[in-house]
Design a protein around this ligand. Structure first.
Ligand code: ADP
Ligand code: MG
Length: 637
């Protein structure tokens, strides 16, 4: 090719690209062959786009060119060239597309990559940085490209992948599309060998929907396997297709293959991956199903076929009933499309329901990996019934947090007279098990669901019912409703009943405590729920659970603590002793100390206490005092 330069131009790669390249160029990865997959996948994207434009009736340079990809190794020159007849790039486009990393989160991606290099090959294709993987094997890359736009100029782009690239417009007669010539590093010569190239392509790019040619041979089997009957397809084919389609390196966790005929025809081949690929939380845009119309890709990673809470599902949907020239913009308003979308969503939920029923262990695995995101489905009111059935929780009836309980199991074994499903929210199983609010439920033998995930709070408040049973937080339960449920544990060595007179003193003591706490509490009263603990706080306004309230406060940046009711265990040793102190001197400072302490300890348990200094100081001085008594009692002088 002659090189009549019109205007040479040198550009620096953006900083994050440089960093990425630096890692790729200087590290030796196993499995470097995936760069071929990445380049072929870009070529295939470029061909998809040209087909799409052509269907729309856009004017296209050399519109009757065969849509294909070709590969050619040259062992003498030590090069590999990959060519496509796709939509090509103009000078501005190549500067924009190759030279910057457009996707958000690239910084975080780089961080992960530099921390765990082993992961590089596995994640590279998933983050829109596939092209750069070529520099694992290349010490120079030349790109010649001619855009499909009729008035565009061909361009030539060259880079050694170190810090900059050159790009210029050229005058040559160039076929539409892109040619990428890779000058291989000494240690990567193998990728100039015909057999090696062909094997890699058969392995990673078999499902590309355009012919990939090596000389006169076509290397891939172009088949839309989602269109074929299930019985024709072997598990290996599903696995292979999944890996090709998702750039995952592992087999899928679960395959869903459906052919739907009524009311709208479509085929769906969907996969649940083994791992949540958004585990770093920064791969937000990398989801969606590929939408085909009559085997032609219309929209890569369509975000409207599935709701976000099912965004971990990968795969393709292909329909006969959509027009080929539908634009991506009008898809959303298309009624056929929205029917397909709602059916696909239902299919996925039905499949999960089946898994939960037929293979509990598998479902538990699914839950472990995806429950976080799945629970965001609380807002999908159209499918709430199915959604609710799929929820799983830890429970007071479990031995450990790995065991999971569904609402169905809970209600099957609940007491006959029980009308509500009880739950508690908190930071961990251990914290919940020791929470004073749980004590009466333990005594009554009532199962309580343990919720640890912040999103659970929204799930229970928006679901709020399972069948006819209401979901109730333990701190919202009306204790009278528990009375008729009978005790299953004997009350532990009951303290002596208070005399009439002492009961009166106790009321005065409580009044005193209320005075000490001021407007932090609306009431101080005898508790019906406590067994082992001396005190706890409950909401005075019973409409919201304490942790929901806390969350609302946090979101509204509001640090005020709503007034609470303090409940005291009248049979607790501490309360009885306090009563003695009170009877001898109602203004004893010890009463104020203990009252403040009980209040703050309870707040601490509820996760409210913003500043622990006072609490710690008070504990320290009380410890000091008690150490005096202790040494006296033990006669340690
Ligand atoms: P991604 O494919 O995820 O966008 P890549 O790093 O693989 O990320 O490619 C970057 C961009 O470069 C592509 O989005 C595309 O715009 C452009 N590109 C790469 N290869 C080609 C090609 N063969 N034809 C046209 N454009 C291409
Ligand atoms: Mg790519």
């Amino acid at each position: 090719m002659s090189k009549k330069t019109k205007k040479a131009n040198q550009f620096e790669f953006k900083t994050d690209v440089k960093e990425l390249l630096n890692i790729l160029v200087h590290s030796l990865y196993t499995n470097r062959e995936i760069f071929i997959r990445e380049l072929i996948s870009n070529a295939s994207d470029a061909l998809d786009k040209i087909r799409f434009e052509s269907n729309k009736g856009t004017e296209i340079f050399q519109n009757d060119l065969e849509l294909e990809i070709s590969v050619k190794g040259d062992e003498k020159e030590n090069t590999l060239t990959i060519t496509d007849t796709g939509y090509g790039m103009t000078k501005d486009e190549i500067i924009q597309n190759i030279g910057t990393i457009a996707k958000s989160g690239s910084a975080e991606f780089l961080k992960q990559l530099s921390e765990d290099k082993e992961q590089a090959n596995n994640i590279i294709g998933k983050f829109g940085v596939g092209f750069y993987s070529v520099f694992m094997v290349a010490d120079k890359v030349e790109i010649i490209s001619r855009s499909y736009k009729t008035d565009a100029k061909p361009i030539k782009w060259v880079s050694d992948g170190l810090g900059s690239f050159e790009v210029e417009e050229i005058d040559d007669d160039i076929k539409r599309g892109t040619e990428i010539k890779i000058h291989l590093k000494e240690d990567s010569k193998e990728y100039a060998e015909k057999v090696r190239i062909e094997n890699v392509i058969k392995k990673h790019s078999n499902f590309v929907s355009f012919p990939i040619k090596s000389g006169d041979d076509q290397l891939n089997t172009i088949s839309a396997i989602w269109r074929e009957p299930k019985s024709n397809i072997k598990p290996e084919q599903y696995n292979e297709f999944y890996k090709f389609q998702s750039h995952d390196f592992e087999d899928p966790f679960h395959v869903i293959h459906k052919a739907i005929d009524a009311p709208i025809q479509f085929n769906a081949l969907l996969f649940i991956p083994k791992k949540n690929m958004d585990m770093f939380g920064f791969n937000r845009d990398n989801y969606g199903l590929d939408l085909y119309v009559r085997r032609i890709l219309i929209n890569h990673q369509n975000k409207d076929l599935l709701p976000e809470y099912l965004s971990f599902v990968k795969g393709v949907v292909d329909s006969e009933d959509l027009p080929l020239n539908i634009s991506r913009e009008t898809l959303q308003e298309n009624i056929v499309f929205s029917k397909i979308a709602s059916t696909v969503t239902k299919q996925v939920l039905t499949e999960l329901t089946k898994m939960a029923k037929d293979d509990k262990e598998k479902y538990a695995q699914f839950w472990k990996e995806f429950s976080r995101i799945f629970k965001m489905g609380y807002a999908d009111y159209a499918n709430q019934e199915k959604f609710v059935d799929l929820l799983r929780f830890d429970s007071s009836a479990n031995d450990n947090k790995e065991q999971l309980v569904a609402f169905a199991e809970y209600t099957e074994r609940m007491k006959d007279e029980q009308k509500d499903i009880y739950y508690m929210t908190g930071s961990s199983r251990d914290a919940l098990m020791m929470d004073p609010h749980l004590e009466i439920f333990k005594r009554k033998g009532l199962e309580v669901l343990y919720l640890y995930d912040p999103v659970d709070e929204f799930v229970v408040s928006s679901v709020n019912k399972y069948k006819e049973f209401e979901l109730k937080s333990v701190d919202q339960v009306d204790l009278k409703s528990l009375e008729k449920l009978g005790d299953s544990e004997e009350k532990k060595d009951k303290a002596k009943e208070l005399s009439k007179e002492d009961s009166k003193h106790l009321s005065s003591l409580f009044a005193k405590m209320k005075e000490i706490l001021g407007d932090k509490v609306t009431d101080v009263k005898i508790s019906e729920r406590l067994e082992d603990s001396p005190a706890c706080l409950v909401n005075s306004d019973n409409t919201m659970s304490a942790s929901m309230q806390k969350m609302m406060n946090m979101m509204g940046n509001n640090e005020t603590i709503p007034p609470k009711i303090m409940e005291l265990n009248k049979d607790h040793k501490l309360v009885r002793n306090l009563l003695k102190v009170f009877k001898s001197d109602s203004d004893d400072k010890y009463i104020a100390d203990v009252t403040e302490q009980l209040y703050e300890s309870s707040l601490l348990l509820e996760g409210y206490l913003p500043d622990p200094h006072k609490l710690v100081n008070r504990i320290n001085s009380m410890l000091e005092e008690s150490s005096n008594w202790y040494t006296e009692v033990k006669k340690l002088d």
